[in-house]
Design a protein around this ligand. Sequence first.
Ligand code: AMP
Length: 505
Amino acid sequence: PTGLPWVPTAPPINNHNIRAKRSMAFNTLGLSEKVLAAVEAAGYKEPTAIQSGAIPQVLERRDILGIAQTGTGKTASFTLPMLTLLEKGRARARMPRTLILEPTRELAAQVEENFAKYGTNHKLNVALLIGGVSFSDQDKKLDRGTDVLIATPGRLLDHFERGKLLLQGVEILVIDEADRMLDMGFIPDIERICKLIPFTRQTLFFSATMPPEIQRLTETFLQNPARIEVAPTSSTAENVAQFLKAAESKDYEKRAALRELLEGAEDLKNAIVFCNRKRDVTTLYRSLERHEYNVGALHGDMDQRTRMMMLDNFRKGTIKLLVASDVAARGLDIPEVSHVFNFDVPSNAEDYVHRIGRTGRAGRKGTAFTLVTGEDQKYLDAIQTLIKKDIDWLGDAIDFEAAAQERKARRKAGKPSRNARSSNDNEAAEQPKPSNRRRSQSKPREVVEEQMEELPEMLNPTPVSNLPQRQTGKRSRNDKLEPAFGAGVHIPAFLLREPRPKKAS
Ligand code: AMP
C-alpha cells in the first residue's frame, strides 16, 4: 500500500507532554544567558510542562519530586538549572559537586550527552561512572575534579569503597527513573548513597510512577519538595499517524503481515518493532534476518554491553529495524525513529502510548502500525479508551463479533484456537526466496536458542562485500531504505556457521 495519509502537520512542539501547559518562554525561568543560548541552539521554542514547573524551583534550591517519564523533557528540566547553578564555584579533586544516579548505563550515557549538548558554553568536567569502563580511566577523571558525576548506583559504590571518591562535596543529588531503580533492585544502594551525601544537599527526584516503596523513599530523603506532576500518559502525539492492520493470529502469518507493512510503509527510515514477549523478540528478529532485513534485537535478558552496542548501532543507522520488548525500550531517547510497528497489541494500554511515543518525537512526523488479531478486542478497546480516540484501520477492520463466534465454534468442535502456539507454527509458509533457503531451513529450538546466545556477534556488522557466499545478486530489502543509513545488509557471523551440537548439561 502506498500513499498512507499523514495526519495534518502539527505545531512544532506538539507531543502532549512536550507541550507546556501554560505557554511560557524559556527566558522567564531564571536560567543563565549561557544556558539560554544552548537552549536556543537546540531549537526549543518553549519549555515543556515539567521544565516550566521544575526549573524555577531548582534554581531556588528547593528539593523536587518530579513525576514524569521520559519523553516529557525531564532530562533538561534538571540539566538546564544545574548548569546555571554550576556556573558559580569550582570542582575539587575527587569531590564531585553534583551527582546524578541513573538505573542503566544507556540512560547515564544519555544524560552525559545532554550535558554535552546544553553545556556547550560551559567549561565543566562531566564524568561517567558506569560498568564496562576501566576504573583507572575513571579515577583519573575524578582526580581532575568533577562538576557533574553521572553514575549507576553499583559502580558509584565500587569507587567509593575503593576510597577514590568523596561524596561530602555533593551539593545537588539527582535520582532519576526511581521506579526503574526499584524494578532493578537498586533501592538499598540508593538509600546508602543518600546517607553518604550531606544532609544539606539539594535533591531532585524523578519517577514515572509512585509505588509505596518510592513514596517512602521520598519521605525519607526529600525535604519539603516541590511536587511537579505531568499528566499521566494518556494521549498520543498528534503528529504520529496511527493505523491498525488486521492480521491472522498465527505467528508466521503475523510475521508475513508485518513484512507487508514494512514493504508498504512510506518514508521508512528506521523503525522499532515491539513484541509483548522476550521470546517473540528473538523469533521475530531471526525471521526478519532470514528475510534479509537489517535488524537488531533488544530485550531485558541481554547483557548491558550488548544492549548498549545494539542501541548505538541503531542510532548510527547500521541497524535499521530494532525488534524490542517494552522493558528494554522504556526510557530510551532514540532520535528520529520514523516508524513504530506493534507486532502485538500491548496488553497494558499505557505501553501503547509509550511505544508510539518513540516516533514523532519533538515535533517530527511519525507513523505507527499495530497488527491486530481477532483476539485482541479487549486490549484494543482499552487503548482506544485511554487515548480517547479510535485508530483508523488500514484495509478492513476486524469483525470481533464474528471472530469470537468462530472461536466458540472451534472450541465446540474440539479444535485448538487459531492462536494456539504449536510446533506446527508453520515456518515453511514464510520461507524466503530459494537463494536464501540454505540458512532458513527450520532448526530445532535449542539451536535457535543457542544462536541467540551468540547475539553479541551481530553487533559487528560485516560488510556484505566480505561475504561472497551471500552475494546473491538480488536487491536487498534495505535498498529501499535511505542510503545515508549505513553499509547495507549485515549478516551476523553465527548465521553463516554450521550450528554447534548442544553441550550436554
Ligand atoms: P527527555 O524526556 O528528557 O528524554 O526528552 C525527550 C526529548 O525531547 C529529547 O529528545 C529532548 O531533546 C527533547 N526536548 C526536551 N525539551 C524540549 C523542549 N522544550 N522542546 C522541544 N524538545 C524538547
